[in-house]
Design a protein around this ligand. Structure first.
Ligand SMILES: [Zn+2]
Length: 215
């Protein structure tokens, strides 16, 4: 079986999305690019993450041709491929409709950086990509236009895409963004949260990238 490890990483990430409460039933999707072959692994359309077997993961080339798979790929495949084509440093993508991030998306309001957690793990204010129908070429273009140094983009009236150098980092962004969106949402209910300055966001993000953890 090709890309066995990548398939395992995708299933693990899908299960974690469920465990962290970021997806409901079969919502959301996960993909990763294999940096050696350039092939992309993506979760199948409309299947629960907990029941996925390795062969349920669909392997496609950058043009979306199925290289290996018995399932229909996620309905957001075209958007994932557009992002991979446009951004060489992105090798993991996660899409969810996580509740607090989606609250900002339906208000067409970006999520400001009001906590060090968000500065550390998302890397900047998360903007909203203009509305376009699911699966349209326009939706992918609107997302790509908003990708910057931050690891996520909201989709107006829809949800959120997060990115990473691999699927694990896209997962961390998805989890920590939802956490940050929740803090911001709740804080807005009792006052006006203070924003961190651009300089402080950069400093916190750099420190986190190079000093946090055991490596
Ligand atoms: Zn969606």
């Amino acid at each position: 079986m090709i890309l066995e490890n990548l398939r395992k990483e995708l299933i693990r990430a899908g299960i974690q999305l469920k465990e962290y409460g970021l997806v409901t039933l079969t919502g959301g999707n996960v993909s990763a690019r294999d940096y050696r072959t350039g092939l992309i692994a993506i979760t199948p359309s409309g299947m629960e993450y907990h029941g996925l077997d390795l062969e349920d993961i669909v392997i496609v080339d950058i043009d979306g041709n199925i290289v290996d798979g018995i399932r229909k790929p996620s309905s957001d495949l075209i958007t994932h491929l557009q992002i991979y084509r446009a951004k060489e440093d992105i090798n993991g993508i996660i899409h969810t409709h996580s509740t607090y991030a989606s609250c900002f998306a339906v208000l067409n309001e970006s999520i400001p950086v009001v906590s060090t957690t968000m500065a550390n793990e998302v890397g900047g204010e998360v903007p909203v990509a203009k509305y376009a129908p699911v699966g349209s070429h326009e939706l992918g273009e609107n997302i790509i236009e908003k990708i910057g140094s931050q690891q996520a983009v909201l989709l107006q009236n829809h949800g959120v895409f997060t990115f990473g150098k691999d699927v694990y980092h896209a997962l961390v962004s998805a989890v920590m963004l939802e956490d940050s969106a929740k803090v911001c949402y709740l804080a807005k209910n009792i006052g006006e949260p203070l924003r961190l300055s651009q300089e402080e966001i950069r400093r916190a993000n750099n420190l986190y990238q190079y000093s946090y953890g055991q490596n």
